[in-house]
Design a protein around this ligand. Sequence first.
Ligand SMILES: Nc1ncnc2c1ncn2[C@@H]1O[C@H](COP(=O)(O)OP(=O)(O)OP(=O)(O)O)[C@@H](O)[C@H]1O
Length: 607
Amino acid sequence: MPTTRENTEDRSAVRTLLRLWPYVRPVRARVFTAAFVAVVASCVGLVIPLVLKWMVDGPIADQDPAGVWLGALYLLLLGFTEAGLFGMRRWLVARPLSHVEAEMRAALYRRLQRLPVAFHDRWPSGQLLSRATADLGLVRMFLAFPLTFLLVNTVTILVGVIIMLLQDWTLGLVILGPAIPVMVMCVVFEHRYAVVARRAQDQVGDLTTVVEESVLGIRIIKGFGRHRSQARAFRELSTKLRGTELGKARLLATIWAVIVTLPEMAIGAALVLGAVQVADGELSAGTLVAFLSTALALRWPVDSIGFLLAMSQEAATATERYFEVMDEEPEKDTVVHADRTAEDRTAEDATAEADRRDGGLRFDGVVFRYPDADPASTPTLNRVDLHIRPGESMALVGATGSGKTTLTALVPRLHEVTAGRITLDGEDVTAMSRAQLRSKVAVAFEEPTLFSASVGENVLMGTDAEAGPAELERALGVAQADFVHALPQGTGTQVGEQGLSLSGGQRQRLALARAVVGRPRFLVLDDPLSALDVHTEAAVEAALRRVLADTTALIVAHRPSTVLLADRVALLSGGRITAVGTHQELLRGNPEYAHLMSGSGRQEDDR
Ligand SMILES: Nc1ncnc2c1ncn2[C@@H]1O[C@H](COP(=O)(O)OP(=O)(O)OP(=O)(O)O)[C@@H](O)[C@H]1O
């Protein structure tokens, strides 16, 4: 489970942040212009001390009121120009940077849709949510603020230091004194902050997962009175996060103290030294005023470096977390089996030829091991051979945990086979594009998932074709889902998040309607009637039988009533198909099957 990562040593923040370039590229003109405008604005601010110097040594020393007013006017103009330019900078970047954030979020969403089911099995949803929300917010903040101001402040400090050295190089050197210790501290700080920033962002992801699970599982939590233990889990994680955030604050406070104190001490020393020089007549009062005003003008650029570095570090961590998902390999559309030998291919061609003649759905030496399973362990499916003829419906029976769901998931390629092949009318499923495959195969699972959309939209999700109300009605009819007409807005009724406003049986029937609406050639049903009462199940089966007349179907079944829906039955045991026949044949000739169907099998296996 990719949650908290303690080690971030091998990461360069700059290299990580450079990965944002492809997203920033389209808006680079505005971003660079904004940075240039900010540099100009900041340098305009540095002209103010020079005007002060002119005023002190000129009109003030000469007691010339008109000159003082003129100086004041210059200062006012400079102040307005600086403020106007900073306002312009913000206007220049606000819109393009929200565009960058939106583009990155859209790219992440697209990638999440294209990543294999195995990825989603592995990653907690809270970690993905926090990457798509909080982390992208941090990246936008970085592009809007620290990225520009690290540049602006560096230029301002350089120009300011040059001005100070030109005014009086001895005082300039005094001011520059703390630069080296401050820089060393910044490097140490950045390194340490990277580790805590990563920890905090991962912990936010873990906390999001707990909150999400608590909301989605609220019925179980209330039903079992688990709110205290959930609250404890939440409290533990939030205490951990609070500790990490306090650690971040402590680090920030330390660097801030160093960055503020050392330059302040240097300014104090320069003030004393400068006052002595003025008293000795070695320095004009105007020059000292200009020097100190410049030094004070540089306080903010220097002071802000601590938190600008902290924000940059957080953005680097956020970028790193973002690309951890973006770098994951998306599922391939078609798979080329480079490891197959010429003999394999000749044998496959012969089988494919036979399949094309016979047609139907064929599992040929299918081996499957979950990607996170120990490579030395026995595969979940170990050389499954099964042929379902065209138009035939085959029930798949097996003890709980025998791999029935896993086998059905291989047909629409929710997982890729480890070895062997699956063919639809002789065509290898891995050779088809996913769009092609999904137009041929429809699925319905025991746990029906509905989306926050209307009933009709949920059902019509099962077909790409332009299906109209007639197709919708037909599918609802097959699934015995006429209850939708009694809903407040009929098929236009919103079903709410995950369809939780409907009963389990109602959701299953809608999921079944979604599977049959596209009149698929192949239908894969994973115990789709488990939540129905016997009368509704009988009615659905009668309607399904009509649909199945010209559809090749694989139906996972636990109950004899579901098995009877099928023409033949396959028994999955020990990762292989150990028997195929009609229900009656297997009941008579296969003790394991008879045991499973007697009703005691499931209970014993569950025990
Ligand atoms: N995502 C996964 N990662 C690793 N192992 C898994 C995963 N999903 C299922 N398994 C394991 O694969 C085996 C087969 O599970 P599967 O869900 O296919 O069984 P099943 O026959 O459908 O069971 P049931 O009748 O209870 O629904 C089980 O041992 C299960 O623990």
